[in-house]
Ligand binder design. Structure first.
Ligand SMILES: *[C@@H]1O[C@H](CO)[C@@H](O)[C@H](O)[C@H]1NC(C)=O
Length: 219
């Protein structure tokens, strides 16, 4: 009896994993206690009676990120690591700054859909659908425009104006994660074997070695 209940519980959990990105909360909040010795999916909660306003607060998103880097952009995340009260709530935010011609390179969030709005400037944005179509869907966004990058899909942004650009985006996870494609494929630690990349990209070994020797920054 207990076993069949356990199987049912595991089955229910597996089903819900397929439906939502982050699990819904089972109480008002669960303020993260990052130094807890308890390992859970997410972060362990501190006693709700000890929660205070600063657990739900972050200050400083008015400050521009430093875009002096090879890609000319900077992402400032405000996730569960910055606001412990976000734990279990399935949402977070980023500010993205772009220098003129700056890009946020192709990347994916394994756990979140992203909804982005332009506060300043003009952005050329896009995402690519999954196999086999790999359709590229793009748009030029002006100040006040809003665009959605569906969960898991590879997407990018480029500053298409003359000045700096600023965007704010919300993501449907307390910890969306980022996989920057170039970094993951050519900058992995340890490197993916030449044999794999030569065949995968149908290029010479020296092209693979060249790409692997680049510095792949994550903005
Ligand atoms: C921005 O980053 C560059 C490169 O790391 C650094 O030299 C510069 O001092 C930084 N600027 C500010 C204002 O922090």
């Amino acid at each position: 009896m207990a076993t069949s209940f356990l199987i049912l519980a595991v089955f229910a959990l597996t089903c819900s994993l397929g439906i939502a990105s982050d699990h819904g909360p089972l109480q008002d909040f669960c303020v993260a206690m990052p130094n807890s010795p308890v390992i859970v999916n997410g972060v362990a909660c501190k006693d709700p009676k000890l929660a205070h306003a600063n657990d739900f607060f972050f200050s400083g998103l008015n400050k521009p990120g430093n875009t002096s880097n090879p890609v000319g952009s900077r992402v400032t995340p405000v996730n569960v690591a910055k606001i412990p009260g976000l734990n279990t709530l399935g949402i977070s935010m980023v500010r993205i700054d772009f220098a003129p011609w700056g890009i946020n390179p192709p990347h994916t969030h394994p756990r979140a859909t992203e909804i982005l709005t332009v506060l300043e400037g003009t952005l050329y944005v896009g995402f690519v659908t999954s196999n086999p179509d790999n359709r590229l869907i793009t748009k030029v966004l002006q100040k006040g425009d809003v665009f959605v990058f569906p969960e898991g899909l590879i997407h990018f942004q480029r500053n298409a104006g003359y000045g700096n650009a600023i965007a704010i985006a919300a993501l449907s996870s307390q910890n969306p994660g980022v996989i920057t494609i170039a970094n993951a494929v050519f900058g992995s630690n340890a490197p993916i074997s030449d044999d794999v990349l030569v065949k995968a990209f149908q290029v010479d070994k020296n092209v693979v070695d060249y790409l692997q020797s680049q510095f792949w920054m994550s903005n």
